[in-house]
Design a protein around this ligand. Structure first.
Ligand code: FE2
Length: 430
């Protein structure tokens, strides 16, 4: 063995609280999982998990690495609205340089890795005649391959038909090496242009053989219904399982009869839905007084209907969202609040939305805590997934292909009472 993880509680735990196991890693894969103590010491590096949760690494299936850490440049978004974010980004985009993009994106990626993330899918704005950000992130994808898998999506922030040479830029982005085709049909000037955009990206998928991951219906307008076109074309092209739609917040405003119909065809099409609760809870509902809509897609109902649902971080300190620290557990905590997924079983379901579900939609369905899988794991300072959502604990160790790529010493608290120091662990009876 190259590495032995001792006494870890393996995902998925649910309420059956599996007994701790030892995990032996050899050649970058999980070679053996056995009851704690059953794998003999053989001189390999040993990590003592002491009953902590071991999970597949977290996945961030939707982030905008070209924009991270630009908050306040050239000015802060004072209204906090989506449109002021887009206008502020348009100003900042003019000053992007290769090194500027790489430096900020690298920093944010390391924040994510340190907190247990092993796979990141980033949109990259390609509405730029020079594709500065894309060229920088393609380099970074290689540079950081030792600690994380980075997948890049050609994202037409300002539209494809509504931006000069939009189609040519999308083709060039794919030629340069983008992994995934993006889109933003609801942002085109007209409904007809939005439908034409959907047709274009599916044509491009057929030409290039690449999967699709588009922004879709990110608005409170219940008339924004591009997702049905995406689902229909997915089925007609035989692309089931290879199409992801992000945001889809209009679904929060559709009437129930239409939502029911849409959910049926999404399931048949095998389209993955990615919710981005951190951004959307602050960006949507801005035209409402009260009652004020939550502006999130129907996470709970989609999941219950058997649709693959995932959770993204979306923004980290950018013109749309000034907060964020690259923690997928922050994003997931927001998701379970906004979606009202605090039922006991729902908390465990939610964990799949930052691990197994986005792995499946990113072509990494082979990752998991099982023998023969790649040794991509994260050990969290807690005992189960529900506690991980509550505590958002340190990722004690993060492992990629059998190598420890990040580690964090958990914080320890003490209250100094008169005459006695009392340790505080934030766990019942701890
Ligand atoms: Fe986004």
């Amino acid at each position: 063995m190259d590495l032995i993880i001792r006494a870890a509680r393996p995902h998925p735990t649910s309420d059956r609280r599996p007994d701790p196991v030892d995990i032996g890693v050899a050649g970058g894969s999980i070679a053996r999982i056995a009851p704690a103590g059953a794998i003999p010491a053989d001189g390999a590096l040993e990590l003592h998990a002491d009953g902590r949760l071991v999970s597949p690494p977290l996945v961030d299936p939707h982030v905008h690495l070209d924009a991270v850490l630009t908050v306040g440049e050239p000015r802060y978004n004072q209204s906090g609205t989506l449109i002021e974010g887009i206008l502020t980004w348009a100003e900042r985009k003019r000053t992007l340089t290769h090194e500027d993009v790489k430096r900020r994106a690298r920093e944010a990626v390391l924040w994510e890795v340190a907190q247990g993330t092993g796979l990141i899918r980033s949109h990259v704005d390609v509405c730029d005649p020079n594709l500065v950000a894309l060229r920088a992130l393609i380099e970074l994808r290689e540079e950081l391959r030792d600690v994380v898998e980075l997948q890049l999506i050609a994202f037409p922030q300002d539209g494809i038909l509504s931006f000069p040479d939009g189609e040519a830029l999308m083709r060039e982005a794919m030629r340069l090496g983008c992994d995934v085709i993006g889109g933003i049909p609801h942002y085109e000037w007209t409904r007809e242009d939005g439908i034409a955009e959907v047709q274009f990206i599916f044509d491009l998928a057929r030409e290039t053989g690449k999967p699709i991951d588009l922004h879709c219906d990110e608005t409170d307008d219940p008339e924004s219904r591009f997702l049905e076109h995406v689902a229909a074309r997915t089925m007609r092209e035989g692309m089931q399982g290879r199409v992801v739609a992000g945001h889809t917040t209009a679904m929060g405003s559709y009437n129930d009869a239409y939502a029911f119909k849409l959910i049926q065809i999404l399931r048949r099409a095998g389209v993955t839905i990615v919710a981005n609760p951190l951004d959307n809870i602050v960006l949507q509902g801005r035209f409402d007084t009260y009652p004020k809509r939550r502006g999130m897609t129907r996470v709970k109902e989609l999941d219950a209907a058997g649709i693959n649902v995932a959770c993204g971080h979306d923004s980290i300190m950018d013109p749309w969202y000034p907060l964020g620290r690259g923690s997928m557990l922050d994003a997931l905590s927001m998701l379970v609040h906004v979606a009202q997924m605090t039922g006991r079983g729902e908390l465990f379901r939610a964990w799949e939305m930052v691990t197994t579900n986005p792995m499946r939609s990113s072509g990494r369905g082979d990752w998991g805590v099982r023998e023969g899988a790649p040794a991509n794991l994260a050990i969290f300072d807690c005992e189960d997934e529900a506690e991980a959502i509550r505590l958002r604990p340190a990722a004690r160790w993060v492992i990629r292909e059998g190598r420890v790529v990040a580690e964090t010493e958990p914080a320890r608290s003490t209250v100094h009472r008169a005459g006695a120091d009392v340790p505080v662990t934030f766990t019942r009876g701890g």
